[in-house]
Design a protein around this ligand. Sequence first.
Ligand code: FES
Ligand SMILES: [Fe+2]
Length: 412
Amino acid sequence: MNEPFDGYRRRTIPPPDAELTQVGPGTPGGEYLRRFWQPVAFVRDLERPLRVRILGEDLVVFRDGSARIGVLHLHCAHRGTSLEFGIPLDRGIRCCYHGWAFDVDGRCLETPGEPRGSRLKERIWQGAYPAMEFTGLVFAYLGPPERRPAFPIFDSYDVPGHRLMPAAKFTLPCNWLQVKDNSMDPVHTAFLHALSSGYQFTEAFGVVPELDWALTEAGMAYIATRRAGDLVWIRVCDFIPPNIHQFTREIEEATAPKPTSRPVIIRWAVPDDDTHTTNFELAQVDPAWGFTPEQVALPGFGQSGDRPYAERQRHPADFDAQSSQRPVAVHALEHLASTDRGVIMLRGIVRDGIRAVASGGDPFGTHWREGQVIPTFTQDLVLHRPAASTPEDDRRLLRAEGRRVIVAVERA
Ligand code: FES
Ligand SMILES: [Fe+2]
């Protein structure tokens, strides 16, 4: 029963959706996320061994003297000292405490304090994960070895006239799924980034778009189509399960017709644990912009939590909206509306994947062949299309124009 001033009756907070939001070892969601290559560090941060927390596991990431990347369990197999204090060797890393050395595959290479002829090292292994470097970003695979998928290559990794560069890394104090929900919620770009907290990108974002979503070969996409006089601006962003999305730079003014432009940012939301998420980005950069690597590595406006609190209250942005949905958003308390169709679809894809893994299968998104280029649709496109005679017809026109720029697929 709804009635005024009934806060007293609404105090019970149900638990979050455990299946969708837990990431630790052995949880359904955690086992799902472990079936994919995940970014764990930027190479630029590996001057010394780097301590990281990924999917609830404490790890060390390092580069040895042969430029090989190691991703090992943090605590030394001898007596647990953290390998963040380890010394990289030509081959592997040496624990600072008693000098045991481990290769990047976890093999124990030396136990120097043991008597000559000791064969102890043959029985010792440090937990290790396969790792690889791509565009300055270290990816690791934390899942069962026999299920390791090919490293996926998206068509957005190659945009003519642009260079793919390592970009920002920033952490939000909340669960990964609400960070990803945001990626298929384009109506927030009109409110959060324009109408309700001041124009953060361009004025064109202040028009509430006609919204559409579709399944694609890579996952799903949103299509946000806005009218600007005689022009129609179509903005498309991709969600690629489990935790990738890509988007264009928020610089479209929609003042003149423009062919498809695709300088994209590709962002992985990697859970540190259930209540912390680190976004890792690669960005397509036009050399003509003259950006330094340091500039490319800066988070976009309001993405990270480093603005003063009063400023965040006056002009809240993505960090504030997402992390304040509680440490783990409680779906049972939500009132999902027509604008949330993309969020519902995204959660459906994630839940299907979790259940596929739980029942012994492979989740969607692990089926790519080695080297296959995966099509995606992120773009801005501005067309000359005068408005239809009625608002209803014009909405139909916007939706039809939007649909034409993507290839939708059906999935069982
Ligand atoms: S704790 Fe690492 S060598 Fe002893
Ligand atoms: Fe946003």
